[in-house]
Design a protein around this ligand. Structure first.
Ligand code: ACO
Length: 321
């Protein structure tokens, strides 16, 4: 059986940031509320497109793996904020990185999108359909943020992260995975006036990101913890085998609640929500990249990752680095 080894990684962090204090000049909020409720201190705002963010991160990942675009068979872009719907945004990333002729496809599972895409690309490599893939997650969440609404304006940010997967005989990469979706309550987290479910004849209002924060908080903690337990059982591992937890970065208190449920020590948990806020599908891809840069993820590390997002989608992954 072939495995899908992660051989390269990269990220795109927009240079422009907005601190909590700066945000409090344009909306009725303050650093104390945001910091204690969410752990966020600052977020990045991109002046370039989702495709550009994805391209930058993918080029970094390719360079890290020592590959060229022409080596790639598949470009999977996880995003819920695509630059264009038709043609898909992945096709522009494919063009930009020179992955001539590679399959190119967008994946939308909101905040769970990166782990969904990782699962898909890994399965294609394991089945022998392809040899190398770029899995990239990129979001421009601030495009959909209503800066006048303090509940959502404080939470989100922009960015991208990417990994390269290559067929390998070494047992590493994604070794355990579980994805799912609780569609019953999909309405509690959504962007309105976005997509084709609109009247063709009446002008749509501005898009608006809306959510039931407390309900999502509870479901995110339970959903991610249960998914992690399922993946551990699937991989025949126990929590003591896990070296690093890389959770979706939606709220520091959600991360701490999962950490408590799983009984994982502070120094094993990757957290960067303070710098970037919630970048949806991109949080885990960026966090993986930064965990390697910081030395938290070392070669052969056992990594558990989990995500929860609109849909309501969820995912957990066991990755051997
Ligand atoms: N600044 C100041 N006050 C605020 C702000 C703000 N930015 N936002 C809300 N408030 C006020 C509210 O108006 C409310 O005031 P009131 O008591 O006078 O009515 C008070 O703060 C409490 O608001 P709550 O919504 O109850 O605050 P809570 O502690 O639940 O935190 C939060 C809200 C941060 C959104 C939390 O519920 C959360 O993190 N939820 C999950 C994350 C989420 O939903 N993310 C969306 C994407 S989904 C995902 O990524 C998993």
């Amino acid at each position: 059986m072939k495995y899908a080894k992660i051989t390269g990684w990269g990220k795109a962090i927009p240079p422009a940031s907005i601190s909590n204090d700066e945000l409090s000049n344009i909306v009725d909020t303050n650093d104390e509320w945001i910091s204690t409720r969410t752990g966020i201190k600052s977020r990045r705002v991109s002046h370039v497109s989702t495709a550009d963010l994805a391209t930058y991160a993918s080029k970094q990942a390719l360079a890290c793996a020592g590959l060229k675009g022409t080596d790639i068979d598949l470009v999977l872009l996880a995003t819920c904020t695509p630059s264009t719907m038709v043609a898909n945004t992945a096709s522009l990333v494919q063009k930009n990185i020179g992955a001539i002729g590679a399959a190119a496809c967008d994946t939308n599972a909101a905040c769970s999108g990166f782990l969904y895409a990782l699962q898909n690309a890994t399965a294609q490599i394991q089945a022998g359909m392809i040899k190398r893939a770029v899995v990239v997650a990129a979001e421009r969440m601030t495009w959909y943020v209503n800066w006048a609404k303090r509940d959502s304006a404080v939470l989100f940010g922009d960015g991208a992260g990417a990994v390269i997967l290559e067929a390998s005989d070494e047992p590493c990469g994604l070794l355990g995975t579980k994805t799912g979706c609780d569609s019953e309550d999909r309405g509690i987290l959504h962007i309105s006036n976005y997509g084709t479910d609109l009247s063709r004849y009446e002008p749509a209002g501005p898009s608006d990101l809306a959510f039931e924060g407390r309900e999502i908080f509870k479901r995110a903690v339970t959903g991610m913890s249960v998914a992690c337990d399922d993946v551990l059982a699937q991989a025949n591992l126990s929590l003591s085998d896990i070296d690093v937890l890389v959770p979706h970065q939606a709220n520091l208190r959600i991360i701490q609640a999962i950490q408590k449920k799983l009984d994982i020590a502070d120094d094993k948990v990757m957290v960067n929500i303070d710098k970037y806020g919630n970048t949806s599908a991109a949080t885990i891809a960026i966090a993986l990249c930064e965990a390697v840069e910081q030395g938290l993820i070392k070669p052969h590390a056992n990594i558990m990752s989990a995500a929860f997002g609109a849909g309501l989608t969820w995912a957990a992954s066991y990755i051997k680095w």
